[in-house]
Write a protein that binds this ligand. Sequence first.
Ligand SMILES: C[S@@+](CC[C@H](N)C(=O)[O-])C[C@H]1O[C@@H](n2cnc3c(N)ncnc32)[C@H](O)[C@@H]1O
Length: 255
Amino acid sequence: MTTISIVGAGPGAPDLLTRRAEQRIQSADVLIWTDSLVSPQIAALAPDHCERIRTSTLTLEQVIPLMIDRSSQGLRVVRLHDGDPCLYSALNEQICALADADIMVEVVPGISAYQATAAAINAELTIPGIVQTIVLGRTGGRTGVPEREQLDDLARLRASLCLYLSARHVDEVQSTLLKHYPADTPVAIGYRVSWPDQSIDVVPLEAMADATRARNLIRTTLYVISPALRDQSHNTEKDFRSQKHPNKDKKIQKN
Ligand SMILES: C[S@@+](CC[C@H](N)C(=O)[O-])C[C@H]1O[C@@H](n2cnc3c(N)ncnc32)[C@H](O)[C@@H]1O
């Protein structure tokens, strides 16, 4: 048995991988990766002899026995997840199943979609005197959300709220958020952030659903709803087009 590495591949761009993640991929004998969410350029870092197993058509119940089988042959197995493995990755199910098979696991962190989205618009999500808390969450959907973590409760905080896996429910999300945040609260909508076809819009909360529909976004979309975005000058596609420097009007805050 070898230790299996469960590795965060970051939001998409290969140069947003950590050096440790890159090293694990480069020394893999078996690479198991979600081909719909992890860039082919990242999978291409694996050596030629490496067995490549794509998981977009496989269930977790099919993937886990493959991990156990290859590890028990003494092969170095690397399982790639998009973003960071601690978020919405079924990491816990995998670790429990591998522990039952007496296989050790190493987890390598990755940059999550909320960090990539904030960075893409040069934004700080914790501005002193405005907001000091970041909430990472999602709406219901198939997986469901515990009763005490309903969006209504998360929104009550009026923190910097980062919503994963929620684009399909954007109408409901917008109307729930409007009960707590002012209608002009900025929302950054990041689609495939750091991929070549990335789009980022910053719109008022009241336009969140329309902006999502206008781009026909369903998958790989991350929302950041935050009062902290109000006074920041954003680095969106429009800014690039008008050659406006994203930090032109930004005040530098000293700690
Ligand atoms: C199954 S979850 C995995 C999250 C991932 N572990 C992370 O830390 O970013 C997939 C969701 O993450 C978000 N996501 C992942 N990569 C993204 C990207 N490059 N741009 C925008 N959203 C992304 C979307 O909300 C997508 O529906």
